[in-house]
Design a protein around this ligand. Structure first.
Ligand code: SF4
Length: 930
């Protein structure tokens, strides 16, 4: 038996032939084995596997397992046999729950992805019952587990107007079923359990979290009832997926179990049938192969960017509980569907908008899938070099704390994209092939601490790519276009200009631009844009705007891309004497001094819901705005900071919750981080994306890998995005400021930089309109700092702006001579009396930042992205590149604007003069600095 893998170069028709076993279907595909390196060979797909040919396209990757190899007239041919399995696009990891909904109806899977699951009682109850299940598996006591888990979802229950006692009673019935079944296991002489196990299969292209694995066999819990002796088909499909996942780990189970917990609550006198909650079934090969074929169909359509119609399956629409939604969505988007359509289609321009963004978001999802594949296609060293993993950790301890495991390990070089608060894959050596658990990073440093549901020998941490950013963008697009306010859509789709009312009141009397910005925001009937260059008091203006709106009786949603910006805005509000706000966010995401305003989800349902419903100001990141809780809310105005860093659909998540919106940002600084070249306009804009980063706290997708090449369709070139694709790297802020400059106010007075420092940025990016707020700010110098003796500085550092060429040579993304030069410069400032915490070093590449950090442990050294929003008295920038500028240094010249405008009193540029002179913008920069 042989194994083949490679891209398909030709797909033949399915046909029937007469064989000694009777009439059989077959289809031939031609592929290039060894991942496209070898000569093409023919693979004959027999029987059910021939269906694969109907949805497979050339260019897609195929993995053929256990196929027969035979020589026919001197030619090698392959064919499926009894035990063969075919996997299409094995690197595309399909979620087990998606296979389940796909089997019910492929279009249902599409509808679920599009609209997200809204807050509803069955889902909340399901979560509680699952948590109780996990608690009981870990030896918890039933009543305590129920009390604890019901209290935990107090906010959800409050928003659903549910009474906690009734929910407790409801959950107890389910818990009884679990407890009874568990004690049966114990009576049988002890059990071997794993709860909530994260499983990834690189062979079958599947991922999922089994509710439990008992003696090596998957167990799935369902809170519904089932009085048949057999489990429901789609439930069996789900468990069969877990069986495939376990099969890859060399532990193929032959039995699966479904636990229908509601059966325990049924009255034997009223219900007939099989009321036992636990139903075992056989995991036969036929079922496993069927499940794999369904998974293949889903992956193939996703990769091809096709939208399911429902005809792919035999589901009966009349029995489908999604029928109404299905018909409405089909009607509104003018899509073909098995259920038919009702209602009027949305206008063509809205459909175009929807489709362009849909494709861009799916391209982003594709890029996330490419990241998944790197978990096994890259070596540990490659992952570490691309800052995607911390490897060779030395475990130093593990202990159980409040039902979770705290794992500790020592790390000699903790440089990576992983940050405190991130969810990562913690493993004993390999994130897929080893023992791995989802874990949350508690602290980073020489000793790394993470928490996980199960203990793992902590030897490696990997960034775990997340589709949640793509999911939330899609839901926001759905909400804004299909359920959005018509008036707001007119402005978003550019069918009419935004309208403004005159506002006479003065809000800020010492800064006319800020005052104009508040008046524009308060007087906006649709939207306003506050354009805030570096250091111009954007956060203060936001806080004043929010207060002005609240004074007028408006309910305000205060949002931003990062947790940091949300908390800064709240801090500014508090400084201005207003703290009647509620902060929505997780405990690890919200700043320490804002925790007291954080909305707890735990507690009395009525109180929790009232806190959220009655707050005049609710603050949350745009990622949180896409959560079930926030989607329940409605506001008069959404004020959104860092809007120029947000993709348009991510902005819609906040915009769709309010009647009007105010976007605050600066499109001359960092643009939205986009992984996929399809969704980013051009490949060039995202090269060197390895050195951009998000703050790890927003649930947004992260930047590209260290290869310098971003994803464009699949690895084998199959496009995920046929048709016109929106450019996600262009924010809604940027689009609106270009189409409606009248909606924007530029904050032109800056409070940060010496005039000499601001000059280049002002001329290059703001038409020379920036000016210092006072003569003192304009004339500031390091000598103004306490303890600093300017005489102690070498001559070349006496100036506020200087350029140093250390005559180095770039080696990849590092430049050792610049590392030394930067260290010397920093030491010179420190020797002159500048505190090390007042000095910052910026490098375009993470590798260079890491090399400098090793020399200067007490100084903040990072890439531009991590500096946005902050400033230092002294900034040193290392440009790394030497020779010529074949590829951009900072992938986008706007990043240079961010780097140069972090400095207050002194700015030192370290680079190769000749190399920089080859680009006219960098040449102007050097000329200005010298
Ligand atoms: S109504 Fe029909 S096509 Fe639509 S999701 Fe349900 S079964 Fe599928």
């Amino acid at each position: 038996m042989a194994e083949l893998r490679g891209p398909i170069v030709d797909v033949g028709e399915t046909r029937s032939v007469s064989t000694q076993y009777g009439e059989r279907d077959l289809a031939e595909v031609t592929l290039r084995p060894e991942r496209g390196q070898a000569e093409p060979v023919t693979l004959t797909l027999w029987g059910k596997w021939s269906e694969t040919a109907e949805y497979t396209q050339t260019g897609m990757e195929v993995l053929a397992l256990g196929v027969e190899r035979e020589e026919f007239r001197g030619e090698i041919q392959y064919a499926t046999a009894g035990d063969s399995r075919i996997v299409i696009e094995p690197d595309y990891l399909v979620n087990v729950t998606d296979v389940r909904s796909w089997v019910q109806c492929p279009r249902m899977h599409y509808l679920n992805t599009l609209s997200g699951v809204p807050l509803n009682y069955p889902v909340v109850k399901g979560t509680v019952v699952h948590e109780v299940f996990s608690d009981l598996l870990r030896g918890g006591e039933v009543e305590a587990a129920i009390d604890d888990r019901v209290a935990e979802v107090g906010l959800d229950l409050g928003l659903l107007d549910r009474d906690a006692d009734e929910v407790r009673k409801d959950v107890s019935d389910h818990a009884r079923a679990i407890d009874g079944w568990l004690s049966q296991g114990t009576l049988e002489g002890g059990d071997e359990w794993r709860s909530e196990q994260t499983l990834i299969s690189e062979r079958y292209g599947l991922k999922g979290r089994a509710d439990a694995v008992r003696r090596g066999a998957p167990v799935e819990l369902k809170t519904g009832k089932n009085t048949n002796s057999e489990p429901r088909f789609q439930d069996k499909v789900q468990v069969a997926c877990y069986a495939l996942l376990l099969d890859e780990r060399g532990e193929p189970p032959d039995t699966g179990t479904l636990l229908y917990t509601k059966n325990a609550a049924l009255d034997r006198n009223e219900e007939s049938g099989d009321l036992s909650p636990a139903k075992d079934f056989s995991l036969n090969e036929g079922l496993l192969d069927y499940v794999l074929r369904e998974r293949n169909h889903l992956a193939a359509m996703a990769v091809a960017g096709e939208i399911p119609t429902g005809y792919e399956a035999n589901a009966t629409c009349n029995y489908c509980f999604e029928q109404d939604t299905c018909m409405v969505v089909s009607g509104r988007l003018d899509q073909e569907s098995k259920a038919g359509r009702i209602g009027e289609a949305i206008p063509e321009e809205e459909r175009n908008y929807f489709e362009r963004f849909y494709r861009a978001i799916e391209a982003e999802r594709g890029a996330v899938h490419d990241e998944y594949a790197k978990l096994w296609t890259q070596t540990a060293t490659e992952r570490a070099d691309a800052d995607r993993a911390l490897i060779d950790l030395e475990p130093v301890g593990k202990k159980e704390v409040d039902g979770r495991w705290e794992l500790r390990a020592r790390c000699s070089d903790p440089v990576s994209k992983i940050r405190e608060g991130d969810v990562v894959l913690a493993s004993d050596g390999h994130p897929v092939r080893g023992n791995a658990e989802m874990a949350r990073v508690v602290s980073m440093g020489e000793e790394i601490v993470v928490t996980a549901d199960e203990p793992v020998e902590l030897r490696r941490l990997d960034v775990y790519p997340s589709e949640i950013g793509a999911d939330r963008m899609l839901t926001a697009l759905h909400d804004a276009l299909l359920a959005g306010d018509e008036d707001q859509k007119d402005v978003l789709i550019d069918r009419r200009d935004p309208v403004f009312r005159d506002v006479e009141e003065t809000f800020i009397d010492n800064n006319p631009a800020q005052d104009r910005a508040v008046r524009r925001a308060v007087g906006a009937d649709d939207c306003a844009l506050i354009h805030g260059p570096p250091g111009t008091g954007k956060t203060y203006t936001i806080a004043r705007t929010v207060r002005a709106l609240v004074e007028r009786g408006e309910r305000v949603l205060l949002s931003a891309f990062t947790n940091r910006a949300v908390d800064n805005a709240l801090d500014a509000l508090r400084d201005q004497g207003y703290d009647e706000f509620v902060r929505v966010g997780t405990e690890h995401g919200v700043r320490e001094d804002i925790q007291e305003y954080r909305l707890e989800s735990r507690g009395d349902p009525d109180e929790r819901a009232a806190e959220l419903r009655e707050a005049s100001v609710v603050a949350a990141t745009t990622a949180s705005c896409g959560s079930r809780i926030m989607r329940e809310g409605s506001f008069d105005v959404a004020v959104i900071d860092e809007a120029s860093q947000l993709t348009e659909p991510a902005t819609l998540a906040a915009v769709a919750l309010a009647d009007r919106f105010v976007l605050v940002g600066d499109h001359q600084q960092l643009p939205p981080v986009v992984q996929s070249a399809d969704a980013a306009g051009t490949v060039e804009t995202t090269e060197h994306g390895d050195d951009s980063a998000d703050d790890g706290t927003t649930g947004a997708t992260t930047a590209t890998d260290g290869s310098g090449v971003v994803a464009s369709g699949t690895a084998n070139g199959t496009s995920r995005t046929a048709g016109d694709v929106a450019d996600l790297s262009r924010s809604l802020f940027e689009r609106l400021i270009e189409t409606h400059p009248e909606a924007a106010v530029l904050l032109d007075t800056q409070y940060r930089m010496a005039q000499r420092i601001q000059a280049f940025s002002s001329n290059e990016f703001y038409d020379g309109r920036l000016r210092p707020a006072s003569p003192d700010i304009a004339a500031q110098h390091v000598a103004d700092l306490p303890e600093v003796t300017s005489d102690a500085l070498p001559d070349r550092l006496q100036e506020r702006v200087s350029f140093v060429d250390p005559d180095g040579t770039a080696r990849g993304n590092t430049n050792p001579a610049e590392v030394t030069a930067v260290a010397e410069i920093v030491e010179a400032y420190a020797a002159a009396g500048v505190a090390r915490e007042d000095i910052g070093v910026i490098a375009p590449f993470r590798a260079q930042a890491a090399a400098i950090r090793r020399e200067l442990p007490a100084v903040t050294v990072d890439t531009v992205d991590r500096f946005q929003g902050s400033a230092k008295e002294v900034i040193v920038v290392s440009f790394v590149a030497t020779g010529d500028l074949d590829s951009p240094i900072f992938e986008d010249f706007r990043r240079v604007n961010v780097a140069l405008t972090r400095a207050k009193k002194a700015l030192v540029l370290v680079g190769d003069r000749d190399a920089l002179a080859t680009d006219e913008r960098y040449a102007r920069m050097v000329e200005w600095a010298e």
